[in-house]
Each structure stands twice: as structure tokens, then as C-alpha cells.
Design a protein around this ligand. Structure first.
Ligand SMILES: [Zn+2]
Length: 261
């Protein structure tokens, strides 16, 4: 069993954890998981993440509005949500603004121009607050890169699904790249090429739990104990020992989230 695992992206506010959230989180220390970053994506999830971070010493949180929520936020026609995010980010265990970004796969959830407005507002907010960002980008590589170049944030492109060339561009901007269970799938050629293109000091492992369970748990509910599989797979790709990969990605997560040991 690997030690020193940092799950850089999970959603423990999700109802799929309602039944056993507490026992599951209390089991993490015995599973080699030393830190979990709970990622906010809606107004209510942001609040729930803060509460979880208060309860569990090893769990930290981020706050942000996911692109799927942007139409709803935009319809409220009020910049007040930015004030709320800024206020929530003052919590001592809130480490970043995210997840924010663009999702053109579920295009119906919000028109692209509106997604861009909400994304840009939060990029600007993160810049003002000097916080890193957690970026969600799906089928929207070109527009995402354009805005990342414009705002030059520090942070992570999570659940990376882009090309090796995009991965290189992200690294060039000084950002980190997060890989989920997708890299353990048999047909994951594109994700493998992207992972190969990212230098060791920019790699992160993440579950995106409860989604994206790695092999051999594919289709089941995912949790942070499974992040070990991502470390093992990335270690194979990079030709290092699995524990070394766990140590490297843990250190990288501490760096990008500005956390102390
Ligand atoms: Zn997520």
C-alpha cells in the first residue's frame, strides 16, 4: 500500500456519500491518504466543503462556480456571488477558487458566451485574491487556453482531457495538470500521451470522486482511497517507483495549493 497520497480533487458534499461519509473519511488515514482537497462547484457545495474542512483536519476546500451553474448565476444578474466567494475564501482552509471553467460537452446547461463571462469573472477574482484556480475544461480547449493566457493564473487544469500539445501549453503557463482514473482505462491513449508530456514537478493525482473510479473499480462509486491507482499508473508512464510518484504528486499538491506540511 502506498503512503503519502494527496487526493487533489474530490466532492465529499455529494449525496452519494451521505450514507457513510464519516466512516469513510475517518478511514483515510489508514489508507495512506494524507490530504484531500474538497472542490466546490455550486453555492451549496462551497458551503458544505467549508463545513467538512472544519470537521476533518486532513480535508481542505476550494470555492467556485462550475460552468454548468453559470446560466443560473448569470440569470440572478448580480455580481454579489463574487462577494460571497471572496468572503468564503477567507476561511483559513480554503486554498483556491474552483472549479471554474468551460464545458462545451454539456452545452445545453449554459450558452458559451455566458460560461465565458462567469469564468472570466472568477479568474479575475482569483487574481485579486492572489489565489490559485482549479480549472474544468471539457471540449473547450481553445477558449480555455485563450482565457488562461489572458489572466495567467496559478493553479491546476483538472481531470485533464486535452491533447499532449495542450498539456505542454498549460505547463508553459506555469500551471499543474491533474489526472483522474481515466488514465487507468484501457483506451486512454490520449490521456497517456498528455501525462507523458507533463514534467514530474507539475503532475497531480486526483479522484474527482464520487465520479471517475479507476480500473478495476470502473463504474462504482469512487473515493479517495482509489487515488493510489492513479499514482501507480503515472509511475508506469514516467518510469519511476509508485511510492516515488505518490511522494512527488503530494509535494506538488502542497506547492500549488500553497499549503504547509
Ligand atoms: Zn470536480
Amino acid at each position: 500500500m502506498l503512503q503519502n497520497l494527496f487526493d487533489s480533487h474530490g466532492h465529499y458534499d455529494d449525496p452519494r456519500f451521505d450514507e457513510d461519509r464519516r466512516s469513510l473519511l475517518l478511514s483515510m488515514e489508514n489508507s495512506g491518504v494524507v490530504r484531500i482537497m474538497n472542490i466546490g462547484n455550486t453555492t451549496s457545495a462551497n458551503l458544505a466543503g467549508i463545513e467538512l474542512a472544519k470537521e476533518y483536519p486532513f480535508l481542505y476546500c476550494t470555492v467556485g462556480i462550475h460552468p454548468d451553474q453559470s446560466a443560473e448565476i448569470y440569470a440572478q444578474n448580480s455580481p454579489a456571488y463574487l462577494d460571497v466567494l471572496a468572503q468564503q475564501s477567507e476561511f483559513s482552509k480554503c486554498q483556491a477558487i474552483g472549479e471554474i471553467g468551460l464545458d462545451y460537452y454539456y452545452d445545453d446547461n449554459a450558452p458559451r458566451p455566458i460560461q465565458k463571462i462567469i469564468f472570466e469573472q472568477q479568474l479575475a477574482l482569483a487574481k485579486d485574491l492572489k489565489l490559485p484556480v482549479v480549472i474544468h475544461s471539457r471540449d473547450a480547449a481553445q477558449d480555455t487556453m485563450e482565457l488562461l493566457k489572458k489572466y495567467q493564473p496559478k493553479g491546476i487544469v483538472h481531470c485533464f482531457s486535452g491533447s499532449a500539445d495542450m498539456a505542454k501549453e498549460v505547463v508553459k503557463l506555469g500551471m499543474y495538470v491533474g489526472f483522474t482514473g481515466v488514465i487507468t482505462f484501457k483506451n486512454a491513449r490520449r490521456a497517456l500521451e498528455a501525462a507523458a508530456a507533463v514534467p514530474l514537478d507539475r503532475l497531480l493525482i486526483e479522484t474527482d470522486c464520487p465520479y471517475m473510479a479507476p480500473e478495476p473499480f470502473r463504474g462504482k462509486r469512487c473515493d479517495s482511497t482509489m487515488v493510489e491507482r492513479m499514482a501507480i499508473r503515472l509511475a508506469q508512464i514516467k518510469g519511476v517507483e509508485p511510492q516515488q510518484m505518490a511522494d512527488i504528486t503530494c509535494e506538488n499538491a502542497f506547492q500549488v495549493y500553497n499549503m504547509e506540511r
